[in-house]
Design a protein around this ligand. Structure first.
Ligand code: GRF
Length: 185
C-alpha cells in the first residue's frame, strides 16, 4: 500500500496525535505522519513527535508568514493530507482552499450540535442524554464540513466536564483512525 504523506496539527496535549502515530505504524494504515505542526512551543503533544522521531515545526500564528511557512514545509515533504488534532486556531480561507477535501478535524461533540469551544460545559448545561465525537472535513465554516465518522456515548447524571472529556477522548482515538480508513484516497 502506498501511504499518503500526512501532517498533524496540534496545540495541546496531543493524545490524538499519539493514537494516530501508533496506528500509522501499522502496515495497512493509509497514512504516514511526516510532520507535526504546533502553534504553541510548549504544546505537550510535541513529546510524541520527539519520541517517535517525527519532524516537527513550531510556528507562531502571529508570524505574518505563518501559513506560507507551513505550506513550504508541507510541499518539501510531499504532504497531501492534513489532520487537525486539537489545533486551536482557524486556518485561512486560502489555506483551506488550497487543500480542499484534504483536511480533517476531530471535534468533541456530536456535530452539528455544539460547534466551537466549551462543548462539555454546554452539553451539561443543556442536560444532553447523548454525546460523543465527530471527525469531519474542514471547510470555511467552523466545524461544519462533511461528517466522516461519529461515535456516541450516554451522558450520565453525575458526569462532569472532566468525565465527559475522558469519555469523549477515549472514543476520539478510535474515531479518528476509523475516519482515515474510511476515506477514499
Ligand atoms: C480533543 O478532544 C479534540 O476533540 C479537540 O481538542 C482535543 C485535543 O486533545 N479538538 P489532544 O491534544 O489530542 O489530547
Amino acid at each position: 500500500m502506498v501511504k499518503k504523506n500526512s501532517c498533524v496539527f496540534i496545540s495541546g496535549a496531543g493524545t490524538n496525535l499519539k493514537a494516530l502515530i501508533l496506528n500509522s505504524r501499522q502496515y495497512n494504515f493509509p497514512i504516514n505522519i511526516k510532520l507535526v505542526v504546533s502553534n504553541k512551543k510548549n504544546a505537550k503533544g510535541l513529546k510524541y513527535a520527539k519520541k517517535y522521531s517525527i519532524p516537527f515545526k513550531i510556528l507562531k500564528t502571529k508570524d505574518p508568514f505563518f501559513e506560507k511557512k507551513i505550506l513550504n514545509e508541507i510541499k518539501k515533504r510531499k504532504i497531501t493530507f492534513i489532520c487537525l488534532a486539537g489545533y486551536m486556531r482557524i486556518l485561512s480561507k486560502n489555506f483551506i482552499n488550497s487543500f480542499k477535501g484534504k483536511i480533517i478535524n476531530i471535534h468533541p461533540s456530536l456535530l452539528p450540535k455544539y460547534k466551537g469551544m466549551n462543548t462539555f460545559k454546554r452539553i451539561l448545561k443543556n442536560k444532553e442524554k447523548l454525546s460523543g465525537c465527530t471527525v469531519h472535513y474542514v471547510n470555511n465554516k467552523l466545524d461544519s464540513g462533511k461528517i466522516i465518522n461519529r461515535k456516541i456515548f450516554e451522558v450520565k447524571n453525575d458526569d462532569t466536564i472532566e468525565t465527559l472529556k475522558v469519555k469523549t477522548q477515549r472514543l476520539e482515538y478510535r474515531a479518528f483512525s476509523e475516519a482515515i480508513i474510511k476515506i477514499n484516497f
